[in-house]
Design a protein around this ligand. Structure first.
Ligand code: CO
Length: 455
């Protein structure tokens, strides 16, 4: 059985284990070996890497991409892109989304994997169209979660719609690592029977069952798998590339000599991050409890941090029990950024106020007004009204309301932006991008949204 490999160490691997801190030089040091190893693609950009470059490393993410491209001769480059959110946490206007796609492809990206936290395909329309327009490979990822509405049929239906949008491939994206092996088998099998385009499977080792899930996905005929080279695998990252390649045998088409050379380079780099404390050994320990609670590890640490700050750690168990109730009230959103933070904060407020929905954050009100997109399940109209009153609920794509912004930003920052790429950096992460461009190297204060980021 032939399965293609997408190597994630240089994006998801270090985002999951090293707080996205790999520098461009470190990436370039291992790239030639990875490029010769026979992968279908290397995931190297997008997700949190862009922000981390500017915020923590004082590096230009666009320059990183150009250098990666210049040093990759044989392998396709892939990035992760949150649809209308691009690499940020809010909806951006269509012209920014289109320009970002154009520049990503121009600077070296071949495959763009897009997804929406709610699986609202309207939020992928603009990026999907732009990827086709600039001749990129459009991969639409479906965020995996469990709930009464998230059945195999739901995902097959969604995949059909994604295929109709022009997707070149589909990815089942299990960012929390909760997809059970037999469900993986049934899901991939159903997709293979109903979908013409290739299917990729992405999960995380979090629960300890991911390699079994990969095996069952491969049994069901999955076309591609996302794995991370062993030094950056395990725990909250992916399963080790070498292990799955050995499982498959010769059909993996991977060259073990180059994999070993790459492993040796990455091991030395990893040792540095163990020594300086960025790699927390806890991130490598399996967390099977997630299979019961369905609450992603990053969200648990967020809840604990918030409760600690409020001096209310004794109410942790109550909050854990409140999370699924809030999720049900909100129509079962997948617990991914930013919904995981929103659901968690609401659960804490409900418990600490000793009254449900006495306090409601603005983000939850906006969600109930349809400003993030359509909820996967039904929301009780009475419940909705009790929170937002008679405020209008959007029945259209939220970004329809956003005015074009690119030319305005280009004009406003013409004295500091060196290129259209710089304008895009400013559009997404204005304070950190400006600080980078002004050449200030002071540490920027971290903002909490990044703790527990799941993708
Ligand atoms: Co991931």
């Amino acid at each position: 059985m032939s399965v293609k490999f997408v190597e994630t160490a240089l994006r998801d691997g270090h985002q999951s284990l090293l707080a996205t801190r790999l520098t461009t030089d470190e990436i370039l040091s291992v790239l030639p070996e990875l490029d010769k190893a026979g992968y279908y693609a290397l995931e190297v950009w997008g997700g949190a890497t862009f922000d981390a470059c500017l915020r923590y490393l004082n590096e230009d993410p666009w320059e990183r991409l150009r250098q990666i491209k210049a040093n990759t001769k044989n392998t396709k480059l892939q990035m992760l892109f949150r649809g209308q959110n691009i690499l940020g946490y809010k909806h951006y206007p269509d012209d920014i989304v289109e320009k970002f796609v154009e520049k990503s492809i121009e600077n070296g990206i071949d495959i763009i994997r897009i997804f929406d936290a709610l699986n609202d395909l309207r939020n992928l329309e603009t990026s999907a169209k732009a990827i086709k327009k600039y001749n990129g490979h459009l991969q639409i990822a479906l965020a995996y979660t469990t709930s009464p509405v998230h059945s195999v049929d739901y995902y097959v239906d969604l995949a059909n719609k994604a295929q109709a949008m022009g997707a070149d491939s589909i990815c089942i994206k299990d960012m929390s690592g909760i997809l059970m092996p037999e469900v993986a088998y049934k899901l991939i099998k159903a997709l293979k029977e109903n979908i013409k385009i290739p299917i990729n499977f992405h999960t995380h080792s979090t629960s300890g069952l991911a390699s079994v899930a990969y095996k069952r996905a491969i049994d069901a005929g999955v076309d591609m798998v996302d794995t991370a080279l062993s030094p950056l695998s395990g725990g909250t990252s992916q399963v080790a590339t070498e292990a799955i390649a050995t499982l498959i045998g010769d059909e993996s088409k991977l060259d073990f000599v180059h994999l070993k050379n790459a492993k040796n380079i990455l091991t030395k780099i990893k040792d540095k991050y163990i020594e300086n404390g960025i790699l927390n050994p806890k991130a490598l320990t399996p967390n099977p409890q997630i299979l019961q609670s369905q609450i992603p590890g990053g969200m648990i640490s967020n809840l604990l941090n918030q409760l600690k700050a409020q001096n209310a750690l004794d109410r942790y168990e109550e909050v854990l029990e409140e999370v699924p109730r809030v999720r049900k009230d909100l129509g079962y959103p997948p617990l991914v950024t930013p919904l995981s933070q929103m659901v968690g904060t609401q659960a804490i407020m409900n418990i600490l106020a000793n009254e449900r929905y006495k306090l409601v954050p603005d983000e939850i009100k906006a969600y109930l007004r349809g400003k993030y997109g359509k909820a996967p399940g039904k929301i009780d109209p009475e419940f909705r009204k009790s929170i937002i009153g008679n405020a209008i609920v959007l029945d259209y794509r939220p970004a329809n309301d956003l005015e074009p912004q690119f030319e305005k930003l280009k004009e406003k920052f013409k004295n500091i932006a060196r290129s259209e790429e710089d304008v895009l950096s400013i559009a997404l992460f204005e304070p950190v991008a400006l600080k980078y461009l002004k050449g200030l190297k002071d540490e920027v204060i971290e903002f909490t949204l990044h703790t527990g980021d799941q993708s």
